[in-house]
Write a protein that binds this ligand. Sequence first.
Ligand SMILES: NC(=O)c1ccc[n+]([C@@H]2O[C@H](COP(=O)([O-])OP(=O)(O)OC[C@H]3O[C@@H](n4cnc5c(N)ncnc54)[C@H](OP(=O)(O)O)[C@@H]3O)[C@@H](O)[C@H]2O)c1
Length: 324
Amino acid sequence: MVAVVVTHPSPDDPLAALEVRDRAPEPVVSPPEDWVPVTVRAASLNHHDVWSLRGVGLPADRMPMVLGSDAAGVGPDGEEVVVHGVISQPGWTGDETEDPRRSLLSERYPGTFADTVLVPARNLVPKPPEMSFEDAACLPVAWLTAYRMLFVRGGCVPGQTVLVQGAGGGVATALTALGSAAGLRVWVTSRDEGKRERALALGADAVFETGARLPDRVDAVMETVGEATWAHSLRALRPGGTLVVSGATSGASPPADLQRVFFLQLRVVGSTMGTREELQRLLRMCVTTGVRPLVDSVLPMADARDAVERMVRGEVEGKLVLTP
Ligand SMILES: NC(=O)c1ccc[n+]([C@@H]2O[C@H](COP(=O)([O-])OP(=O)(O)OC[C@H]3O[C@@H](n4cnc5c(N)ncnc54)[C@H](OP(=O)(O)O)[C@@H]3O)[C@@H](O)[C@H]2O)c1
């Protein structure tokens, strides 16, 4: 038995709030009785877990809380499943990401870094037999976010040029791999030469140092970095281009540069997670194209501290997978 838990908000030292326990704590908010158990076979670490340890988006009165927002495992009838981590309110019928009362697993109800997680039955999606539990566990948060940024919110089509800010992150590697598989010309920036090299191996057409002048303007920019890259993202766009933003790892209050936005008629579009249907489409895309997540390493949940430490230091390339 194992559960990876955040005990208190720890803004400056996220590792100080992490505990690996031999059983999950009693939930502060109990999942509804009709939710079904999934035996977790693999889960993956997201930057969201670091924000939770820092107390961002997770108030102290909901702690202790089991971390983890995505998983693949075995459902109540023995079927192999992928867990869609967006929990909408009962009776919600539209786009789950637009439900104002939605939460992500580990925000209100216990997360996936445990032997078992309880979820609404509608959040289970069949795992394709071609895919390992470890690969499937990378998809519901980082990869689904990338899918929606590129193809739903960004409306990118084959032949366009897209700039991905950051190379090594879970979302950034997904953007590179999915964009390349879909016939986009993918340009990637990174602070690190090794990560830039490996982005080329993942399918990037060209790589640049963070903030470097580009040879041409791009149709769309995919932003998860925030303050550190925002001005460069706006400068990189062609007139009428689209900036899709789903994260702000380096800070969320960049200068807006409104003159550039209105004069060049740029579109700035927010994007968050994805729907259950988009997760199913992403799984089909992975099966038909053969694209698979870049997995940095697979670790036992007991070693979650090492995994979080590497993410905080910015050393991860792709996804860190945790197994119970
Ligand atoms: N809205 C949503 O639904 C959603 C979903 C998933 C993630 N997110 C957010 O998206 C962000 C990324 O998530 P993740 O799980 O992919 O995290 P991650 O694996 O820790 O990724 C970090 C990425 O940020 C880049 N980076 C960090 N600091 C930077 C800086 N100062 N300058 C330039 N680049 C920097 C890194 O690029 P290098 O290659 O240079 O190291 C790397 O690509 C997080 O803020 C997360 O909360 C939002």
